[in-house]
Design a protein around this ligand. Sequence first.
Ligand code: PLP
Length: 421
Amino acid sequence: MTNETKIGNHQIDPHSLMMGYGYDPQLSEGSLKPPIFNTSTFVFEKAQDGKDLFAYLTGQSDRVAKGLVYSRFNNPNQEILEDRLALWEDSEDALVFSSGMTAIAHLILAFARPNDVILMSGPLYAASEGIIMKIMPQFGVSYVDFPASATREQIDAKMEEAKAKAERQGGKVALVYLESPANPTNALVDVEAVAAARDAMLPDAPIAIDNTFLGPVFAKPQHHGADMSVYSLTKYVGGHSDLIAGGLTGKKALLDQVRGIRNTMGGICDANTAWMLLRSLETVELRMTRAAENAKAVCDYLKDHPKVERIAYLGHLPEGSRQKDIFDRHELGAGSTFSLYLKGGEREAFAFLDALKLAKLAVSLGGTETLASAPAAMTHLSVPPERRRELDISDNLVRISIGIEKADDLIADFEHALKAV
Ligand code: PLP
């Protein structure tokens, strides 16, 4: 049963399918696990097979030709990985890339043309903002942004603004690009409200959302109206801080456009990395669940600490708040990355970071080990200071990604580090 997702009427959970879906051992000498296909090219049986495959790949023929050609287009490890990644949100298709940023760059290049406008939520991961706000304007693509926590009325107003701007420029709104929870503030976007506004106002604009922080286990934005989910697979999916990769899942017709760009530009994930990600996917639910339990214990400890101003942790959203309402409608868990705002500024944040013993002082997130960093001084240093202020990325903010260590040990580490502040 390589591609079955049901036993009778019973729907098998994606977690259970991560161990075997999409791979037929009989095609690889009975090997239980897929071998790593370290090859640049694949042998055709007949010249006509090669022609059929190229005709399909280049869009000159609609007749589906199945087979492998050249590892810039496809490879067994990458194809199995894409089949498994697509299962988490019941997506029609998935694509994997050499990094999260490669996925985002290919996505934008597939949809945006000169005079178009991208409507984005803010903040985004700094390099994603860099592509939309700094690089794409050099190619005639502009943007309109709205705060991640915007209400339906605010989203409507910004969508009107983006539509009017695109019309003035003789282009279209090419893409609605979201990130939720936003890095590093954890602000949640009301994806259902964005999708309803888009359906009413801009039916042709696809919605893509960066689902790196909570996906694929705790957030499934395609169930709430998004057309595509973007992943830095480097983070929770890879989960061991030992690889760089990206992913895109969603509607096939949309992903086909991105695949065309990937075939030409070559941002595909290599076979070794794809194999490591297959291994990682087998434990992603276990890892994310354990890390989320740890994060809850740590945040319960931190929230009343006298040296802590506040924490932006999704498990502590105030009852009755708009963010809690969005959380309840969209998310399946609070995850394990949060922002700790210490009383003070950069000096206090650095003192805390320098005193950590078990947690590591490093950027990135979603690994088995706990990481802590200061976004204003590190990942988001390139964001102009006034925008950082606007988005609450202050100097006293420490971003923490909790791992799968013992919660008591992490609490002891934070207690000790807070003494140094
Ligand atoms: N999206 C988010 C939310 C991220 O945090 C990151 C990296 O930190 C990226 C995208 C970029 O991913 P990568 O580093 O795999 O290119």
